[in-house]
Design a protein around this ligand. Structure first.
Ligand code: SF4
Length: 699
């Protein structure tokens, strides 16, 4: 006999529905929700094993902890003691150094309600925009590109469109491992419609390539050259949609001039692929009646991430493949609620409901709604800028919630030095494992997945309600409650919610009249409908808005989509004689982020139990490296030491490290981010994780 609860997977942005069964002893078991429109009962290996991550509480933080100075160990304290001291220190720092001397660094895994209150706290009451999240490392280039091209941060289509497309271009992504259930749906679509053409561009032969009609194994950083070359062929071969271009876009003439500047032969040479393959890709796209693109970190995590995104979106705008069934650019979200976070304005350059920070009317509207201090028009520090500011002494206090920056940030050793220099560090966490804890002056134990209720929005704008299944262990509290209790200790009104539903209602009211209006939503409706897609304004009775821009009216001032033009240079620091190889980093199938959850599940460790370096046999031979040799990968930022895995799947001149591992037994030589650069895209401020010049030698 067991009780069943419906919720949503807390890992990737696919957003699969899960049923959690709880027996009389409180033991949990999960299965895919057969009625959920996203996964229809399927779960990937990570989702299938989610219950182990909450049932094993051996690593959980159970009580608030605090230390009075850096030379004393932390000790268990009451919630009141921890919150009062934190509020006192924050007040003191703000009084002495101003509101911009404190910051919150949060996560795309936070629930929408959690994002909402922390964003309201810092922007609306402390008076700083210093809140950013690890979504900056994941989605910010796509967000900027959508806004620039379509006038709004909005994914136009939905997952069902993937089953209607007759050509899908997967650019710089490996959804077979990173978005597995979505890929199962594409595999099924291909089985049902063998004429569906799939193109994958990636310097590595990944699992996703197995389904592809065409794999473009390009050099890292050459995506814009490839996309421009495809654009050129589409124009030359008459595959463009002239009516759509003239009626619904602007910027085509300049785009045409730009893409014509580079010959196909030159593009092929730069990308390291054949002209024939580029022509074949363009022909698949040109002949398609319904064309979709999918992408993730291969485009986003780049010093030219926004331009890479725009160059791909341009292929839709010149062919008119947007706002129609089976069509559209579709950025795949890495995290489960990156989109929900942006809906509440949870980044340092956003305001709630995608309002603009530099718009005085928008700031006033939000201030009047919240009843706090005037909102600052100055964008706050982004993820990596916070750690730079700590290092420079400009930022004094940081509150890190639900993320593990000492594994996930580029140039991780600089991030460590930053926390060492910080005057005050608060860590709000579920687990005792993250490296940040050793720098924490105050630790707040947080409730995990299934131990709290709330909402999340997946990559197709689908908002789902997550039920509470069990109580959190010890004295751990839901993240939103921790923030609200702190806000009250700071003396701020407007944080005395009775439950998460009241926070959600407030968020929904604040979206009214915006492009992402969800004023028709509340928990009762979400429980009844299970999930809906935004916008969902008052009066909506169906399941929301599956597809945007069906009228080809975009959110730009002219209502036309903008075809942007720019050069095709990669601005990363190129390889040289000292560091002749290009390092790229990424995920493996069964681990999630920095492994604080998946690392606890023995079944998930079986797939790939240890970090490794993937290197081409020719590059290995040149260095006298054999399979399973320990090698040292190094550059001016640091070093990593792992076993070599020789593989012809990776392009010669490129090496790959998985991103998940941090310190092992206090040794940081497994951490890929010892080597990555904190070079940022100038618009999105997203770091260049996919391109670092390194040398590899036998150790
Ligand atoms: Fe969870 Fe993503 Fe796997 Fe679905 S595909 S079960 S959302 S990790």
């Amino acid at each position: 006999m067991s009780t069943s609860f419906k919720t949503t997977c807390c890992y990737c942005g696919v957003g699969c529905g899960i049923v959690v069964h709880k027996d009389r002893q409180g033991k949990l078991h999960v299965e895919g929700d057969k009625d959920h429109p996203v996964n229809k009962g399927m779960l990937c290996s990570k989702g299938m094993n989610l219950h182990y991550t909450v049932m094993d509480t051996s690593d959980r933080l159970l009580y608030p902890e605090m230390r009075y100075n850096r030379y004393l160990p932390r000790q268990r304290v009451t919630w009141d003691q921890a919150l009062e001291r934190t509020a006192a220190v924050f007040k003191q720092i703000i009084q002495k150094h101003g509101p911009d001397s404190v910051a919150f660094y949060a996560s795309g895994q936070c629930l929408t309600e959690e994002y909402y209150v922390v964003n309201k706290l810092i922007k609306g009451f402390i008076g700083s925009n210093n809140i950013d999240t690890n979504s900056r490392l994941c989605m910010s280039s796509a967000v900027a590109a959508y806004k620039m091209a379509l006038g709004e941060d909005s994914v136009p289509g939905n997952y069902d469109d993937l089953e209607l497309a007759d050509c899908i271009f997967v650019a710089g992504a490996n959804p077979a491992w990173c978005h597995p259930i979505l890929w199962r749906r594409i595999e099924a679509a291909k089985a049902a419609n063998p004429s569906l053409k799939i193109i994958v561009s990636d310097p590595r032969v990944t699992q996703s390539c197995a389904l592809a009609n065409l794999h473009l194994q390009l050099h890292p950083g050459t995506d814009i050259v490839l996309h421009h070359a495809i654009g050129r062929i589409l124009i030359e071969q008459g595959f463009t949609d002239h009516t759509f271009i003239s009626q619904h876009t602007e910027g085509f003439t300049r785009y045409k001039e730009t893409v014509m500047q580079r010959s196909l032969a030159s593009a092929a040479a730069i990308c390291g692929i054949s002209e024939t393959d580029i022509i074949e890709a363009a022909t698949y796209i040109g002949k398609a009646k319904r064309f979709m693109t999918l992408w993730t970190m291969g485009l986003n995590q780049s010093v030219v991430g926004v331009n890479k995104n725009l160059s791909l979106i341009n292929l839709h705008l010149i062919t008119g493949h947007i706002g129609k069934p089976g069509c559209g650019p579709f950025s795949l979200t890495g995290q489960p609620n990156a989109m929900g976070g942006r809906e509440v304005g949870g980044l340092s350059n956003l305001l709630p409901a995608h309002r603009l920070m530099n718009n005085p009317a928008h700031r006033k509207e939000v201030q009047e709604f919240w009843g706090g201090v005037p909102l600052s028009e100055k964008p706050g520090l982004t993820a990596t800028e916070m750690f730079t500011a700590l290092n420079e002494g400009k930022l004094k206090a940081i509150w890190i919630l639900c993320t593990n920056p000492l594994v996930s940030l580029p140039e991780a050793r600089l991030a460590e030095a930053a926390l060492q220099k910080a005057k005050f560090v608060v860590v709000q966490e579920i687990s005792s494992k993250p490296e940040t804890l050793q720098y924490a002056d105050v630790v707040f134990p947080a409730a995990a997945w299934t131990e709290k209720e709330g909402t999340m929005t997946n990559a197709e704008r689908r908002i789902s309600y997550l039920q509470k299944v069990a109580d959190a262990p010890g004295e751990a509290l839901p993240d939103a409650e921790i923030i609200c209790r702190f806000a009250q200790k700071m003396g701020f009104h407007g944080f005395s919610y009775n439950n998460a539903a009241e926070i959600y209602d407030e968020h929904c009211r604040l979206t009214a009249g915006t492009n992402i209006d969800v004023s028709g939503l509340n928990y009762a409706l979400l429980k009844e409908k299970r999930s809906v897609q935004w916008p969902y304004p008052k009066g909506t009775t169906d399941l929301g808005t599956p597809r945007l821009f069906t009228d080809h009216q975009f959110y730009t001032p002219s209502s036309k989509a903008v075809i942007h033009s720019f050069d095709d240079d990669n601005k990363s620091a190129p390889p040289d004689k000292d560091y002749p190889l290009i390092l790229t980093t990424g995920r493996i199938r069964d681990q999630w982020h920095t492994m604080s959850k998946t690392g606890k599940v023995s079944k998930l460790k079986q797939h790939i139990p240890a970090p490794f370096l993937e290197i081409h046999p020719d590059d290995a031979k040149e260095r006298d490296i054999r399979a399973d040799d320990i090698v040292e990968i190094f550059n001016s930022n640091g070093a990593v030491r792992v076993k070599a895995q020789l593989s012809t799947s990776i392009k010669k001149g490129v090496v790959f490290l998985p991103m998940h591992w941090g310190k092992i037994l206090n040794n940081d030589l497994s951490r890929a981010n010892n080597l990555t650069h904190n070079r940022l895209d100038p618009i999105s401020k997203q770091p260049d994780f996919k391109y670092a010049a390194v040398q590899v030698l036998p150790y």
